[in-house]
Write a protein that binds this ligand. Structure first.
Ligand code: SF4
Ligand code: SF4
Length: 483
């Protein structure tokens, strides 16, 4: 291995940087990195996690590595963009060097990132939109407020990663600036931006390429027919055109898919995965299982619990065999040690377009407003101290986060809102959490929604508890005393 770290660079960063070398050198480097990571992550016993969880985390990391190598091989990612992203990601996000320096002063392990929706305005009006977005929504947050959030995250916690959602983030304008200005003015951050892709043109892609620290994640619902049925006629072709532009400029992008009872097979089929990840340039992807929140919530669109259990196996197969980082946001929870919401150590929380501090994008309940927190002279640390966030983190701990041995709760079903509504509902009432819109209100006040959520969680737990015990806790295998 011809390793030449440059000033202040860690060995891991130097290794990652050498991915650019290409050809046989790259293949050799990848196999060395795989071997090193296997020993460091899987073969080294971890005090707080079952070995199988570490195997999952290893698989995710390797899928990212192969995705990046593929993008470099095929010129889907420009060299300077790779340098910028690799530097921030490796040191700031993966090794958390800035955060390590802050830890003694902080005294606690902070979240890694925040998701911010600067505005709910959108140039589409998709069926079932989680944010009920459309063209008539208000202007959203001030640019200076979003900048303050980004500053706080870095200065308080050493966090270099921010997720932008919406509405359509590229539509947001405030104080004469938008999301591209945010990326340009914060070169030490990586911004992952969920976008419908319609506003990505040559000019936008060139600015993203120059900034080198923004990766758009484009929404799809499946092939053309399904995407257009939910998003509007002609949208699929426009998303593909945006991908062409991004690829041509070497801006790495991902795809974001909402899976529901009707499309989950399509979006996990070989042809779909191969087309978008192996041929069309997506470097990563997220599959969000439909939740009945947002516009016209419909519990019957949720993926059937038995299908969810099947998807659990299928997404692992894709990661392992295709080496494609296409992660099912719920079913991949063992890979991030359960629920990451409520500002958990290494996790995140959500700030919506009204400034509501929500434990998670998919939990339409507010613990307060970020504007009030700042007006009172506070900072983002006070968000972590709100009763709702604290109670949720206590529950996460009780459910096995950072616990030892075999007492972990089932991390295949770790979600307070989807899998444990019967626990979350009283918690929301006790902490006087405010619904952020009619969807949250319906969940709390309409017994139809409440019952559906509780039933769904119970069914998912019953189906996946045996998988968790067998595969992760090693119970019930031959020669052991599991039931
Ligand atoms: S789903 Fe996304 S693109 Fe569609 S209306 Fe909502 S925010 Fe806009
Ligand atoms: S609340 Fe649910 S969706 Fe949100 S981070 Fe936790 S597990 Fe994931």
């Amino acid at each position: 291995m011809n390793l030449k770290p440059i000033a202040n660079e860690s060995i891991v960063t130097a290794l990652v940087r050498q991915l650019k070398e290409g050809g046989e050198a790259r293949n050799k480097l990848i196999s060395d990195l795989e071997a090193l990571a296997w020993i460091g992550m899987v073969e080294t016993p971890h005090p707080n996690k079952p070995r199988k969880v570490m195997e999952d985390q290893y698989t995710y990391l390797m899928a990212i590595l192969h995705g990046v190598a593929r993008a470099l091989d095929k010129d889907w990612m420009s060299g300077p963009v790779f340098d910028r992203l690799a530097g921030i990601f490796t040191d700031g996000v993966f090794l958390r060097k800035t955060q390590q320096k802050k830890m003694p002063e902080l005294g606690f392990h902070p979240p890694h990132f925040v998701v911010v929706s600067p505005s709910a305005q959108c140039n589409l009006k998709c069926k079932g939109c989680y944010a009920e977005s459309d063209a008539k929504k208000g202007p959203g947050l001030d640019y200076s407020l979003v900048q303050r959030i980004v500053d706080d995250k870095l200065n308080l916690w050493g966090g270099h990663f921010t997720v932008l959602s919406g509405g359509e983030p590229l539509l947001w304008k405030s104080q004469g600036k938008g999301v591209l200005d945010l990326a340009e003015e914060n070169p030490e951050h990586i911004f992952l931006m969920y976008t419908n892709g319609l506003l990505i043109d040559e000019k936008t892609a060139i600015r993203m390429k120059k900034a080198g620290n923004m990766t758009p994640c484009l929404s799809l619902e499946g092939w053309e027919e399904r995407t257009d049925a939910r998003r509007g006629a002609g949208v699929y072709k426009k998303v593909l055109a945006a991908m062409d532009i991004l690829r041509a400029h070497g801006v790495p992008f991902g795809i974001s898919v909402t899976g529901d009872r009707h499309n989950w097979q399509e979006v996990l089929a070989d042809d779909f995965v191969d087309y978008f990840f192996l041929e069309n340039g997506a470097v990563y992807g997220f599959l969000f299982q439909y939740l009945p929140i947002g516009r016209d919530p419909d519990p019957d669109r949720m993926i059937h619990p038995a299908d969810r259990a099947f998807m659990f196996e299928r997404t692992r197969e894709i990661l392992r065999e295709k080496k494609v980082f296409y992660v099912d946001f719920w079913n991949s929870s063992p890979g991030c040690n359960g629920c990451i919401g409520a500002g958990r150590a290494g996790g995140y929380f959500y700030i919506d377009y009204n400034g509501n501090l929500c434990p998670c994008v998919f939990m339409p309940f507010s613990a307060g407003k970020v504007q009030d927190l700042y007006t009172a002279g506070g900072d983002l640390n006070q968000a972590l101290e709100t009763p709702l966030f604290k109670k949720l983190r206590a529950w996460q701990k009780d459910y096995g986060f950072l616990s030892t041995g075999h007492n972990q709760g089932n991390w295949i079903c770790p979600c307070p809102i989807r899998d444990h509504w019967d626990i979350l509902e009283p918690m929301l009432r006790e902490t006087a959490a405010e619904p952020t819109g009619p969807d949250g209100l319906a969940l709390l006040e309409d017994p139809f929604f409440s019952q559906k959520m509780a039933e769904y969680g119970r069914a998912c737990r019953e189906l996946t508890n045996p998988i968790w015990k067998r595969d992760y806790l090693n119970q019930g295998k031959k020669g052991q005393c599991g039931k």
